[in-house]
Design a binder for this molecule. Structure first.
Ligand code: HEM
Length: 461
């Protein structure tokens, strides 16, 4: 057999095409399956189907685009931690940018790094402990405003409560007057979110404002107005009060003509990430407690024993272990961040598979947290799964409500503290009972919300 020697430059001109090895999955394009089998509006059904049918890793295509869905801790670790340099958020957060702009959740590379470093001191453990008093104060205000026997949409109450907490702790702003307007505008956008995600070319159409998108723009303008008022108040005051907004200001380049716009993106990002997620976590927790009487009794017993009728504080946290486990179990069953996406910059290997650059990788906390291999009898609400022994036994990357790796949630400690203190403060006095007949269904939007709200009756303990 004769060998033809190639000049190196010739070899470069005709690079060898890589041989990809794709995981099992849909043979046809997703659209075909979406129209036949799934309600396209609920991607969780699709993810569950992929995990049940194809196992740890599944492949499908949307047009020419490759997508893999992962449901195994080794793959999840590989993407979020080991090969994280190759996986960016770009494209997977394209539509979210219509609301958030270039904040910490959507930004990439050096911009992301600078934003994260600037905000870090506000999330330092010691700093967060200082926020505890405000968290409890807001919770006490809500606790004392409730009346026995009234029926309330707890999802809305939790949104108002957590919005106030973020505004006061991180932005030194009292939003009491504007909180209803702000929450209503964000709700309006969430209601339109699925429509926006499905709408081709939404980023461009938004300038023409067809019906639906006009409502989005109106709601976004309302949110912007509140956020710009906050920014302008900080700029006028000129005095550094050590708030997160002051830190963002200090880190901004001098004479930046886009300063207000850039601050707006960063502030909205923290607002949305910091209040929506915790509010949803709390709504799901009240619901789960109302459905599990024994757990609710243990939770109440812990509060009585630790707090002894007093006001809760940061010092109590280490003893409110069962309360923390209740929240952890609620985050397992109803993770507010129910899925994450990444986009591969270069070709990459995952286990036995070799996949091309520009593949989208999807991971779902909702699906992995409910996998019986990692959580036996997964639909049972059992806070004891989070006892120290059980936690030590569990495989890493099977439970990741706050993500993992370089993009792990910056607000995790904040969220634990806020969640536990609010649960403890409200449940010291009240027991929440789901109103009979009220429909409860998770709706996967940017966060996992209760689709019909959470109508509950306030009962005395
Ligand atoms: C129960 C409450 C919360 C949950 C479940 C949650 C979940 C998450 C998850 C999963 C991520 C990573 C997303 C990804 O890698 O694609 C994330 C990122 C983030 N979270 Fe949270 N979060 C919560 C509370 C908070 C709070 C209270 C704040 C701020 C006050 C916050 C601010 C952020 C920010 C800024 C990021 C982006 C971090 C980065 O990319 O560097 N979150 N969160």
């Amino acid at each position: 057999m004769s060998t033809v020697l190639q000049h190196p430059r010739e070899r470069e001109a005709f690079p060898k095409k890589p041989v990809y090895r794709f995981p099992p999955g849909f043979k046809r394009n997703l659209l075909w399956f979406a129209l036949r089998k799934f309600r396209p509006a609920n991607p969780i059904f699709l993810f569950q189907h992929l995990a049940e049918t194809y196992g740890d890793i599944a492949h499908y295509k949307l047009g020419h685009h490759h997508i893999v869905f992962l449901n195994h801790p080794d793959y999840i670790r590989e993407v979020l931690v080991v090969q994280n340099d190759n996986f960016i958020k770009e494209r997977t957060v394209q539509r979210t940018k219509m609301l958030l702009g270039e904040g910490m959740i959507t930004s990439e590379g050096s911009i992301h790094r600078a934003q994260r470093i600037a905000a870090q001191p506000a999330f330092h453990r010691q700093r967060i402990a200082e926020y505890a008093a405000v968290m409890v104060e807001e919770a006490v205000r809500m606790r004392d405003s409730w009346r026995v026997g009234e029926q309330r949409d707890i999802a809305i109450d939790m949104m108002h409560l957590t919005l106030n907490v973020v505004a006061r702790t991180l932005f030194a702003t009292d939003l009491r007057e504007e909180v209803y307007e702000l929450a209503a505008a964000i709700n309006r956008i969430m209601g339109l979110y699925n429509f926006l995600v499905m709408l081709p070319l939404a980023e461009w159409l938004v300038h023409i404002r067809p019906p639906g998108l006009a409502a989005f723009v109106r709601a976004r303008n309302r949110i912007d107005a509140v956020v710009y008022r906050m920014i302008d108040a900080h700029l006028q005051r000129g005095r550094d009060r050590g708030s997160l907004l002051d830190m963002m200001l200090a880190a901004a380049p001098a004479n930046d003509p886009e300063l207000r716009r850039s601050l707006r993106d960063q502030v909205i990002t923290i607002f949305l990430a910091g209040y929506e997620t915790v509010a949803n976590a709390l709504s799901w927790t009240w619901y789960l407690l109302s459905q599990n009487e024994t757990c609710e009794q243990r939770f109440h017993a812990e509060l009585d024993c630790v707090l002894r009728g007093g006001v809760s504080s940061a010092e109590d946290l280490s003893r409110l272990r069962y309360t923390e486990n209740v929240m952890a179990e609620s985050l397992r069953l109803y993770p507010p961040a129910w899925a994450m996406g990444r986009y591969a910059r270069n070709d990459f290997a995952l286990g036995d598979y070799f996949l091309p650059a520009r593949t989208t990788v999807l991971i779902s906390q909702f699906v992995t947290h409910r996998d019986p291999r990692f959580f036996p009898d997964p639909l049972r609400f059992d806070p004891d799964r989070f006892s120290a022994e059980e936690k030590a036994r569990r495989r890493k990357f099977t439970y990741f409500p706050f993500g993992a790796g370089a993009r792990q949630c910056i607000g995790e400690s904040f969220a634990w503290m806020e969640g536990v203190l609010i649960l403890a403060t409200l449940a010291q006095k009240w027991k929440l009972q789901l109103v009979p007949g009220h429909r409860v269904e998770p709706q996967p939007l940017i966060t996992l919300r209760p689709k019909y709200g959470m109508l509950m009756e306030i009962q005395e303990r």
